[in-house]
Design a protein around this ligand. Sequence first.
Ligand code: F6R
Length: 499
Amino acid sequence: MCGTTGIGHTRWATTGEVNKVNAHPHQAGTIAIVHNGVVSNHKELKEHFNSNLFVSDTDSEVIARIIKRDGVSSILSSIQSIKGELGAILVTDDCLPNTIWAYSDGSPLIAGIGEDGDYYIASDVRALSGYVTKAYRLNSKELVIFAAGERVNLNKYKIAEVPDKPVSKNNFDHYMLKEICEQPLQIDDEPEEFNLPAIGDNIKIIGCGSSYYAGLLGKRFLEDISQIPTSVEYASEVSLNTPMPHNTTHIAISQSGETKDTISAIKKLFPKVVSLHNSNGSTITSLCEYNNYINAGPEVGVAATKTFFKTCLRLYHLAEYYKTSKHYTPQLELENIAQQVIDNANHIHTVAQQIYHYNNFLVLGSGYHYPIALEIALKLKETAYVHAEAMPAAEMKHGPIALIDKNTPSIFFCMSNDPNINQILQNIEEVKSRKGEVLVFTDCQNIDADWIIELPKHMNFRLQPLISVIGGQLLSYYIALTRGCEIDKPRNLAKSVTV
Ligand code: F6R
């Protein structure tokens, strides 16, 4: 293929089946577009065109049609007439083969110039690594035209830090395994001081997926250690109608800093939101007044592992800070204990090979381990494509126990330092006596279970979930590996959920 301009999309379309016809770029005559976002009125807009013109089922194709109809000279007004979460769009026109039009609204577009003088534009700064040394974040709602022979003044935009080189897998088979194994190293760095407003009477945490589950663990830390009433809500469920006490500190958690649902929620809670993020310069950091970088390093595997771990650790530090005013209390022993779980990976792999064929799991934990049960059920779903349902251990007897049979193993977190240990032991017995199979993560002796994965115990039971989660992540990883799944890039998922 030869040419001087090119656009592409590494993701399947969100609207429409996963197939080649729906894959970007979408074309209308000489116009081609790639789009990262949602056109909410695409059905209505399509009515203005002959339906036979459309070849795909996507919402995005209509953008190409409208630009074709109105001409590239009025591209800005055409794009602005489209409703929805527009995200980011790149456009080319075969009639002007040396030009790319770039427009974003709500999603990032980063541009830089390579040594060869060529422009590179991407939705994630990491994609530019190795191509440019300096990159800039284009402004939202501004059309930027990159045309051969015409210099764009990128200096007027905010700088985006470009990683030196693409992150390597080193000798690991998958990024997910590498990132799980990097977790002990997250512990002994001395983190930046927190950037926070004066503490309110209560805290509300928002996030999605793993970030939401980290928030649930954070609630435990904040309430138990610093005695601050804390609520946690899915960002997508935040409503303007929820009565909010005046003096609430809002914390938004997002590793990518680009999750659309979290961005929309922050806009509703605007202005004084505190972020906990792993992405300097992201959209969320530009919206929040108090930004706190977790510094987990780049996470390439789509499933959150080390960012979940580090977010939880920082929430623990935050709770300690609210209690003692110290920004950081070292937890050096945590590193050794976390490493012991990784050293047990071969045994966890063996267990995974014995249970990988099950299609349903219950994952149970109590108190501090309930958010971990939720997180591990999510890891099983997204990396191994198995159905896994998490619940507080004692809740099982209030209904889900009806699911217990020989095809639905229960995975328990049962540590001797758990304040609810007796109740969990009883729940295990309840499953066993109904002929259910049981896998236990534990340091207890003499548990009647089909599979036991020993976990080292931490003296501080509040830090135990950070140890236990590593065991669950490894189990999910090895089940996914044995099932032959696309571990680092699970189907239908993306690292930043910008739609
Ligand atoms: C789970 C996972 C997702 C994200 C969620 C929020 O492994 O990766 O559930 O946790 O999409 O993403 P961030 O934290 O980037 O806002």
